[in-house]
Design a protein around this ligand. Structure first.
Ligand code: FE2
Ligand code: FE2
Length: 168
């Protein structure tokens, strides 16, 4: 039902989502080491969500009867200058993922592969949310990073985030 080109792009996207999970887990580890457990929790959940995204694509390839070929997941960075840099990198990364998903949608559209276009609609909406959240957090971390009591509250705010597999 879907072309080899689209199958390849989705297989590559699975690896990209898994890399995003690695990256966010590495960011979580950085915050753990700084005892900012709330922010660490936020990135840990981000990481789990990315794995769910990879799973969704895995299931889609299964449903359309195409071969799932997993790629190599690169080692994520683990040294960061400060918290602001991490949030900025997270936003930057979401933008890269959005572009990559748009590229698959464009290819699917050009090929008249409306099943894939429809499948990826969820991801298009998800990326709008991801970028909005990431961008808001960049603004917030910039507001609080030089003020320990504000940072403490920000950390507490992010500690309340819970993982919901239904909406991931
Ligand atoms: Fe994702
Ligand atoms: Fe994401």
């Amino acid at each position: 039902m879907i072309s080899q080109n689209i199958t390849r792009l989705i297989n590559e996207q699975i690896t990209k989502e898994q890399y995003a999970a690695q990256l966010y887990l590495s960011m979580s580890a950085w915050f753990c080491a700084k005892d900012l457990d709330g922010i660490a929790n936020y990135f840990r959940i981000q990481s789990k969500e990315e794995l769910m995204h990879a799973d969704k694509m895995f299931d889609y390839l299964k449903d359309v009867g195409e071969q799932i070929i997993l790629g190599e997941i690169a080692k994520p960075p683990y040294e960061f200058t400060n918290a602001v840099e991490i949030f900025e990198k997270a936003l930057e990364h979401e933008k890269i993922v959005t572009k990559s998903i748009f590229n698959i949608v464009k290819n699917a559209n050009d090929e008249g592969d409306f099943a894939t276009v429809s499948f990826l609609q969820w991801f298009i909406n998800e990326q709008v949310e991801e970028e909005a959240n990431a961008s808001q957090l960049v603004s917030k971390i910039k507001m609080v990073c030089d003020n320990p009591s504000a940072l403490y509250l920000f950390d507490q705010e992010l500690a309340t985030r819970v993982f919901n597999p239904q909406t991931a």
